[in-house]
Structure formats: C-alpha cells, structure tokens
Design a protein around this ligand. Structure first.
Ligand code: 5AD
Ligand code: SF4
Length: 471
C-alpha cells in the first residue's frame, strides 16, 4: 500500500524471553540479600523521557529500587542525546564523572544508552577512553535491556550491543511512569525524513507506528488512572499510520474516550501537517489547541538544502489555515541559525518569517555539525561569533513577540491544568494553559491535578503569572 510503512512487531516469544531474563536477574539480585538501586539520567527529548520510563519499569521489575543518587546506585544508566554537539559534550562530561562513583563501588555497572550509543564515532570513544562504562546499546535495542544486563552481570567482558537487525516495535515492556498528571504516550518511532542536518534518522531507525488498538487501550488506562494530560509522541507524529489509521483519525478516536483530559502531540513536521490534521484538532474538544511546528529556516534555498519539503510561503499558508480553524491556537517552533552556506540575506528571510508567523514561543539553535549527516559534508563558512550574533538577533525579535503575546493574557480568566508544585516559592503552583504556556500560580496545593479557573495578573516572555480564582 502506498505511503504505509512496515510496522514490524517484536514477536511475543522474544518479549517472553526478556521476561525470563528479568526473572533471572531478579533472582540473582535476591541472592545478594540487600536492596539494590538503579539510577537513570535522561538527556534530550520527550522520546528519551519515555524510554527512561521503560528502563525504570524494567529495573523495578528486576528488583532494583529507583534512586536519584548516582553514588548509591548499583546500576547507573545514562540515556543520552545526540542532537547537537553541546548535548554530546554534556553527556560525555557526566559519563566521565561517573568514574568516581565506580571507584567507590567497583561493582557498579555503568550503562550508556540512548541516541549517542547509536553514533559509531561516540561508541568508539566510549570503548577506548571510558573504560568504566560496562554496557552500551542504542535506542532500538532498548527492549533487550534485561538480556543485555544479564550478559553484563554474568560475564567478565564489557558489552557493546550496537548492532540492531531491524527497527521494530516492542509492546508489553513494563513502565515506571514519572508523574501522575501528565503522561507520555509513544505512537510511532523513528524518522524517515532525513533532514540534512539531523542525526535522528540514523540513530532511531526507520519510521514505524504502533497499532491503533494498543495506543487506545493505553490511553484508556491512563484516563482511568486519573492522568489529565496525554502527549502523543513521535519524531514525526503526523506520519503516524498503522496501515488502517492515520494521525488525524487517531486524534479523533482518543478524543472519543470518556473523561476529562487533554490530548497533546509532538513533534509535527510541516510537510505532513495537513488540513485534515487541523480539522481533527479543531473538532476534537480534548485536543489542546497547540502545535509545535518547527520551520528551521526562512530561506527557500536553505529549506531545500535541508530537505524539508516545504517553502516559506507554504509554511505560512499552513499556519494561516490552522489559525482560521482555531483562532486561539498557540503555535511554537524551532529554528536553526548558521546552516552551512547561509548568507546574511538568507538569515534575513528567517527574520521575516518569524515576523510574519508571530509564534507564541520559539526555540533557537545554532547549527551543529553531526557525523554521518548530509550537511556535515557541506562547507561551513560562518564563524562561531557571526552565528552568535544571528542567534541573538533572532532571540531578541522572538522575545519581543512572545512578550506581546503573553501580555495579552493579563486580566483574563482562563482554565488551566495545575500540573506541578514549587513548595516555598512565591508562586507555589505550576500550570499549563490549554495551549501549553507555563503559568506560575498562587493558590492551594490541593488544586494540583485539577483543571482550574485562574486570573492572569502579569507575564514575561517565557511564562504567565496568576492566581487561582476559587479553591
Ligand atoms: N544543529 C542544530 N540544531 C539541530 N536540530 C536538529 N538537528 C540540529 C543540528 N544538527 C534542532 C531542530 C529540531 C530540534 C529538535 O533540534 O531545530 O527541530
Ligand atoms: Fe530530525 Fe527532521 Fe526527523 Fe525532526 S523530522 S527528527 S528534524 S529528521
């Protein structure tokens, strides 16, 4: 069928084999006669946060207690991110620092997984210079963690399981969710877009979608358990397709689940953000009126080099359509400055797009060369200082726009979901608007987890401030 991707599921027997390894590790651990601890440090995007919930789930199943203290940990896992060089440097710095915890506890197992474990150059570095790391596996081998851990604990050698036969979907992995109000719900994995600058398609493999029923069942369970804010996750959610259901239909189906909750999703690719998607959002009362729609660059030449599949004009048309259907929609975006060969005029096109688009918020990144990507072969003429100047000009422009957009909330009474606490602070509650803007609130902690009417009193360029109207 045209446009439908292969969605290969890991066979039940394979999942059962992992369950047996979980049993084996648990029994081995019990013989030690003391409580063992597992530590998971997560870097990068929500997909990684969600993967860490699976790592914690498997650890818990194997008898480990989750700790936030790496010194106490019998197993310390770094779930890493490869998106930009500074993310990589931070991870490697922290990996290096674990040499001290390992020295204090020779039996500690240090695990290096996540996207950086899918970058051959980084794996070589770990092999040669980070001898305290005992187990390495990339994201697509995550479901095999119990087997790999068992191999590490029973063997004498360091384990590098960096080959993945093919990219598959694994259902039935235990989960240890971090929160009780907001939940991640992965709907698809991988990416086939091959944007020229991006390492994700190389480290997370080909796109594949979970079966609709598995997603709906999980959503129903979340709603029954009291979760109020469900984020559908995928590197490119709009190309979700399990062979029967596309992404707009999936939103409508989740919207039909009874209960009081919000549906969010990320990340969207502009080329797949269709009229049908916007209609599904507009017509589904539980769909949050927010879209994060990275535009990356304003110049059509750069967009073409980036292999993005749209132009400045078609991007702006899409957001105009979205706003026609949902006048209050919050639109946020990502942009990269200093792509190889980007000229001053081309950068001005980016400024022009930002001016026209009037995003509520925008994340600005300086281009970072990633090994193996197409852009890494292109010559990069701008200096770091020149890129920094561009970065600041863009930030200044966006801050002005965000300031203005946020100011417009002042005096308004709106419904928010109180989703966090900041005890002892001037604003002890944290909340999100329907469109996902952060609100710092005064009010009673008993509002936590509830949709609550608040009055916005003031704002800055990043968040809103307000008070709960009635407790
Ligand atoms: N350099 C800089 N920014 C990047 N992003 C992805 N790859 C790179 C890179 N090589 C940004 C994009 C993407 C966001 C998650 O990270 O803007 O939308
Ligand atoms: Fe990277 Fe593009 Fe995939 Fe986003 S959609 S992860 S930018 S390749």
């Amino acid at each position: 069928m045209a446009g439908v991707k292969m969605n290969i599921e890991v066979h039940e027997n394979e999942i059962n084999k992992q369950r047996q390894f979980m049993h084996k590790v648990k029994s081995m651990n019990e013989l030690q006669g003391k409580q063992l601890f597992g530590y998971v440090d997560t870097y990068g995007c929500q997909q990684n946060e969600s993967d860490s919930e699976k790592l914690r789930g498997m650890l818990t199943e194997m008898g480990y207690k989750i700790t936030g203290d790496e010194n106490k940990a019998d197993i310390a896992i770094l779930n890493t991110c490869a998106i930009r060089e500074n993310a990589e440097n931070r991870v490697l710095g922290n990996t290096g620092a674990l040499i001290h915890t390992k020295k204090a506890n020779r039996k500690q197992l240090i695990v290096f997984c996540g996207c950086l474990a899918g970058v051959p150059e980084t794996v070589e570095k770990i092999k040669n210079s980070y001898h305290h790391v005992g187990l390495v596996f990339p994201p697509n081998n995550l479901w095999r963690f119990p087997e790999l851990l068992h191999r590490s604990l029973t063997g004498k050698k360091r384990v590098f399981e960096t080959e993945c036969e093919e990219t598959k979907i694994a259902e039935g992995i235990p989960l240890h969710r971090d929160g009780t109000i907001k939940a991640w719900l992965p709907v698809m994995y991988g990416c086939d877009n091959f944007c020229s600058y991006c390492i994700v398609p190389y480290v997370r493999g080909r796109e594949r979608s979970r079966k609709r029923n598995a997603i709906i069942e999980e959503a129903e369970t979340l709603v029954k358990s009291g979760y109020k804010d469900i984020t559908l996750l995928g590197q490119n959610v709009n190309s979700y397709n399990d062979g029967e259901t596309d992404f707009p239909s999936l939103i409508r189906m989740i919207n039909d689940i009874e209960g009081d909750f919000l549906i969010r999703f990320m990340t969207s690719h502009p080329k797949d953000a269709s009229l049908e998607l916007f209609k599904a959002m507009a017509e589904s009362e539980k769909a949050a009126k927010h879209i994060h729609l990275p535009f990356q660059a304003g110049s059509n030449r750069i967009l073409k080099l980036m292999n993005r599949g749209y132009t400045q004009e078609s991007y702006l048309e899409k957001i105009t359509t979205a706003r026609k259907l949902m006048p209050n929609i919050v639109i946020t975006s990502d942009v990269i400055v200093g792509y190889p060969g980007e000229t001053e005029d081309e950068f001005n096109e980016t400024l022009k797009l930002v001016e026209k688009a009037q995003f509520d918020a925008m994340f600005t990144f300086i281009y970072s060369k990633r090994p193996g990507t197409a852009a890494a072969k292109q010559s990069d003429s701008l200096t770091r200082e020149e890129k920094q100047v561009m970065f600041e000009r863009l930030m200044d422009l966006q801050n002005e726009i965000s300031d203005r957009k946020h100011e417009a909330y002042t005096g308004k009474e709106i419904l928010v979901l109180v989703d966090g606490e900041a005890p002892g602070e001037e604003y002890p509650l944290k909340a999100r608007t329907n469109g996902g803007r952060l609100v710092h609130l005064t009010g009673d902690p008993k509002q936590t987890g509830k949709f609550t009417k608040v009055k916005i009193t003031h704002s800055n360029n990043w968040s809103l401030f307000g008070e709960v109207l009635h407790d």
